[in-house]
Design a protein around this ligand. Structure first.
Ligand code: URA
Ligand code: SF4
Length: 226
């Protein structure tokens, strides 16, 4: 079957082990045209984790997520809500850059549901090594990866949502011991908040208004951190 599942080492002991294994993923077609797998990065102990869509052109070249303009804008917004951009973890729903060639230019293409589904096992495996209080999903692709295809960011952005049912199944992101009431011993389950993608802020007709919308949503997340 297609998908990343066959490339994930059983009992992957660390994020570093996952990152190393992900370099060889061929779980969908996207690895063929892209330069390299772009795995998550940042503070694995962070209370705040961001999930984007997929690496962009620059991320594909550097092998690191959010190193381009969208990443810069995101870190500025994190800083503006009073949080330290060094203490976040950043990853993507899809870990290879999908693009269309126009002449020599590589034009971003939104990943399809088939790519999101194929790549989701990496996200699941990654979350098993993270322990966030809040997971911020950036844009529709990331939101659909975690909340299902029916989710509309425009309708529910900026709302603190319970950890989705899909994440309670055996492929639970947080493979931590739970007590008989279904609660983890040490920490409540993560909550989730959807917002606009920083790339959409950069494309907006009124960038300042779009940016303030992002900051308003991140303020909700920041206030919910303990
Ligand atoms: N946009 C994303 O969604 N992810 C990145 O890593 C960069 C830009
Ligand atoms: Fe594997 Fe994801 Fe890359 Fe597809 S996009 S090849 S599933 S890492």
């Amino acid at each position: 079957a297609p998908g990343a599942q066959n490339f994930i080492p059983p009992g992957a002991a660390s994020l570093a082990a996952l990152r190393a294994a992900a370099t060889g993923c061929r779980g969908c077609e996207l690895h063929r045209a892209a330069s390299q797998t772009v795995f998550g990065r940042g503070d694995a102990t962070a209370r705040l984790v961001f999930v984007g869509e997929q690496p962009g052109d620059l991320e594909d070249q550097k092998g690191l997520p959010f190193v381009g303009p969208a990443g810069r804008l995101l870190r500025r917004a994190v800083d503006d809500v009073g949080l330290d951009p060094a203490h976040i973890y950043l990853t993507n729903a899809v870990k290879h850059f999908r693009f269309e060639l126009r002449g020599r230019r590589r034009i971003h293409q939104t990943p399809d549901q088939v790519h999101v589904t194929a790549c989701r096992p990496w996200l699941v495996a990654e979350f098993a090594h993270l322990n966030p209080q809040i997971v911020v999903v950036l844009g529709a692709t990331a939101a659909k990866a975690l909340l299902g295809p029916g989710f509309r960011v425009t309708r529910q952005r900026g709302e603190l949502l319970p950890w989705p049912d899909a994440a309670q199944r055996p492929d639970d992101f947080r493979q931590v011991p739970v007590d008989s009431a279904g609660r983890t011993a040490d920490a409540p389950p993560a909550r989730l908040l959807a917002t606009i993608h920083p790339s959409a802020v950069l494309r907006a007709d009124n960038q300042e208004v779009a940016y303030q919308g992002l900051v308003a949503d991140l303020t909700v997340a920041a206030r919910a951190l303990t």
